[in-house]
Design a protein around this ligand. Structure first.
Ligand code: ZN
Ligand code: ZN
Ligand code: FE
Length: 759
């Protein structure tokens, strides 16, 4: 006979763990009990040694699908003479440190779906059906431990039938904290913008409104969406007009995998991601002419962002009323750069000029969580936005960290909390450039600190003095404040998720980051460990005429690069861009470049992409960040193998000369070489140039691992091409898999650097 107590940590609450253990214990004839604790799950077992071993093995080998076990600790204990095996109430002990992991929100499971579409089931067509294997979690949890009373479901008292299921260890809704039914749970309604109910059958009426070309605000899991029929060109344009969103692609929700397959090409691994319980938006290559989606959904883009229905309500929207949509536009319910609405009253106010009607419900969303966005590149799934379904599942680290808060940068921000070997990245916060987003950063962080029970001792932030995230860090009353250089943080983030220790070669390519010399960095070849970094080389400094205006208007950058290469002689060039641009504006911008006023210096690769895109007349200005660079990438002809001359920095300099590249592009443009060829040659040049620079560093410093990070690595040609070229030279190459390569992943690196430097 054996008596053992197992302590399990990880995501083990709210995922059906206790009933799973209960069934195993009965199967193996074990006595004892199982309970949630403030640190995970405790299992006390008495029985034969073989049975105890078998149960432990099963827990490790096949835990419930949503569980993530980080640690199992087994302790021999004196036998207590248990008579049976039972699930006992939660044990709350104060200040045992909580390695409690909060489960993310999960798409409705197949069992629940089958019930929802079974006319004989008491939850037939009930839009809030869920169980221990599915449903909202992070977005409804107000505090820990995860019990109904500490969620936004506390407002709904369970009916006797739900209560019976909840209390029956054999039932699949045993301790399903968010369980509900039509008799006792939340309800859906359709209203106009003043809140007046608009229909008896809200979902059918909402579907009919969409079919008629209307725009619908839909309250979902992590916030409001704005929906329109994706096949209705007028509806899509109307939505763009009302939302004031010119060209940035809209996400689509396809009815099912087959419907998605009519819009985009889907490889098997992409289908698996589409169908995964996290249900992210997946960027997929558009099908040619046959695409039924309106052209206004993603103009000028080779991809659609597609997801499948994940909330039961979404499934019903596609199924009821006999209306068959192929896909709906499902874009965030917000205005401009403000965070998506989560509160019904606020949504009514902010979206009333956009939505014709509101499909809402009375289950509160406690925390906002935008749809996640991923793309499969080079056989791996990459995050473009790590949010609903993934956050706040931790990134597991190779070494323990003290409690740290890292505030991120500015664009596409996410913040990070660390504790021991876990780094918890928040859901997507957005561009922290206005009061609303700043407030969201504040509330998301306070909430994460509470539910993860972390009191940060160190507060890491970007070295940029004016970012709102930096101001937030400075405002915190406690914690050692540690500024971290932007590109150091980028590389450290990629090192951390790949569990590397330095030193490594870091290629940090992006649009903007505050440099130690006050310039705007972004084309950086670095030698990096967590403690420090050394700048080995960078793109030659070029003025950004008008500062931020040069980001919105890439033609300004083009002029700056032309001026760098040709000086005043640039005016004699017979380039289409120069013919097209207004002479006065060209004059003003060149005056800024020559005089060096309102023209901060930059080594940014993002700006170089912008400038080349303008030189090639692909885009003179942009309506969203990265638009010109993306268009340049999409224009490239992959069959072209040519390349421009590339020079290394001169002796005693770290500046990579741009002259040969700009000259080459201009020469080809003037000679009438097709744009796709020039674009590919430009990409090839960068690949060859940076591979050569890495080889130089290996020769001098013996480093043979290259870590790549920064927003520019969303460019597939660059990511794939550099990886292949560096591998070919014998380098081991690392990039991002677990967090975004852009600034949405940077907080992780800030935390790593702060841990190494603050101690
Ligand atoms: Zn379920
Ligand atoms: Zn009920
Ligand atoms: Fe960056």
């Amino acid at each position: 006979m054996a008596a053992k107590t197992l302590y399990i940590s990880g995501i083990v609450q709210g995922v059906g763990f206790r009933p799973f253990v209960y069934r195993l214990a009965h199967q193996y004839g074990l006595k004892g009990d199982v309970a949630n604790t403030s640190a995970g799950v405790r299992i006390r077992l008495e029985g034969t040694a073989d049975a105890v071993t078998a149960l432990s093995r099963d827990i490790t080998a096949s835990p419930p699908p949503l569980a993530v076990i980080t640690e199992i600790r087994a302790v021999d204990t004196p036998p207590r003479g248990f008579m049976d095996f039972a699930i006992v109430p939660s044990i709350h002990r104060t200040r045992v440190h909580a390695q409690i992991l909060i489960p993310p929100d999960t798409a409705v499971c197949d069992d629940c779906l089958a019930e929802m579409f079974d006319p004989g089931n008491r939850r037939y067509r009930y839009p809030f059906i869920n169980c221990t294997q599915c449903g909202p979690r992070y977005t409804i949890i107000q505090d820990i431990p995860y019990d109904r009373a500490k969620t936004t479901m506390a407002a709904f008292a369970m009916c006797p039938e739900c209560r019976a299921e909840y209390s029956d260890p054999a039932n699949r809704r045993f301790h399903a904290e968010a369980t509900a039914c039509p008799a006792c749970g939340p309800r859906v309604s359709l209203t106009d913008s003043s809140g007046r109910p608009a229909a008896d059958d809200p979902i059918a009426a909402a579907a009919a409104l969409l079919k008629a070309g209307g725009i619908l605000a839909v309250k979902g899991i992590g916030g409001f969406h704005l929906a329109a029929d994706a096949e209705n060109a007028d509806a899509v344009l109307q939505l763009r007009r009302r939302k004031g969103r010119q060209e940035k692609p809209f996400a689509l929700m396809a009815r099912d995998l087959i419907a998605a397959g009519r819009l985009v090409r889907i490889r098997p691994e992409e289908a698996a991601t589409l169908l995964s319980p996290q249900r992210p938006i997946v960027l997929l290559e558009k099908r040619g002419d046959g695409s039924p989606a309106a052209p206004g959904v993603a103009p000028g883009n080779c991809c659609f962002g597609v997801m499948l229905p994940y909330a039961p309500l979404h499934h019903l929207l596609f199924a009821v009323g006999g209306i068959a949509f192929t896909a709906l536009v499902m874009t965030s319910g917000n205005i401009g750069d403000a965070p998506m609405a989560i509160d019904t009253a606020a949504a009514r106010q902010s979206l009333s000029g956009i939505a014709d009607a509101f499909l809402i419900h009375d289950r509160d969303i406690c925390q906002r969580s935008d749809d996640a966005i991923v793309r499969h590149i080079g056989g791996r799934r990459r995050f473009i936005r790590r949010s609903r379904g993934y956050a706040p599942t931790p990134i597991f680290l190779h070494r323990p960290l003290p409690p740290i808060l890292a505030c991120g940068a500015e664009l596409k921000n996410a913040v990070c909390l660390t504790q021991k070997r876990c780094a918890y990245l928040s859901p997507h916060i957005g561009d922290v450039k206005n009061l609303e987003t700043y407030r969201f950063l504040n509330t998301a962080l306070r909430h994460l600190e509470r539910i993860l029970d972390i009191a940060p001792e160190i507060v890491a932030h970007d070295a940029h003095p004016d970012y709102l995230s930096t101001r937030y860090a400075r405002m915190r009353s406690s914690g050692i404040k540690v500024p971290v250089q932007h590109h150091h943080a980028h590389i450290a983030a990629a090192m951390a998720e790949n569990r590397l220790e330095g030193p490594v070669i870091g290629l940090a390519f992006d649009g903007t980051g505050h440099g130690t010399d006050g310039a705007v960095w972004g084309g950086e070849v670095l030698k990096v460990d967590y403690r420090s970094f050394e700048r080995a080389a960078h793109l030659a400094y070029t003025p950004m005429p008008g500062g931020d205006a040069a980001v919105r208007e890439p033609w300004r950058m083009a002029l700056a690069y032309l001026h760098g290469a040709f000086g005043k002689a640039l005016r004699e060039l017979d380039l289409p861009m120069l013919r097209h641009l207004d002479g006065n504006r060209v004059h003003t911008v060149l005056a800024m470049v020559e005089g060096g006023f309102q023209a901060p210096l930059t080594s940014s690769l993002g700006r170089l992409f912008d400038g080349i895109a303008a030189l090639l007349d692909i885009r003179y200005d942009v309506t969203f960040e990265g638009q010109a660079a993306m268009a340049l990438e999409m224009s490239a002809d992959p069959s072209e193998t040519g390349c421009y001359a590339c020079d290394r920095p001169a002796e005693n300099s770290r500046e990579i000369p741009l002259l040969p590249i700009i000259e080459g592009v201009v020469r080809d443009r003037l000679s009438g070489l097709p744009v796709p060829v020039i674009s590919q040659k430009f990409h090839n040049t960068l690949i060859r140039l940076f591979t050569a620079l890495c080889t130089d560093i290996r020769r001098d410093a013996g480093l043979d691992r290259v870590v790549m990070s920064g927003g520019a690595f969303q460019n597939v040609i660059l990511l794939d091409g550099l990886t292949r070229a560096l591998n070919g030279e014998g380098f081991t190459v690392f990039n991002h898999i677990r967090v975004p390569t852009h600034d949405g992943g940077i907080a992780l690196g800030q935390a790593m650097v702060a841990a190494a430097t603050a101690g």
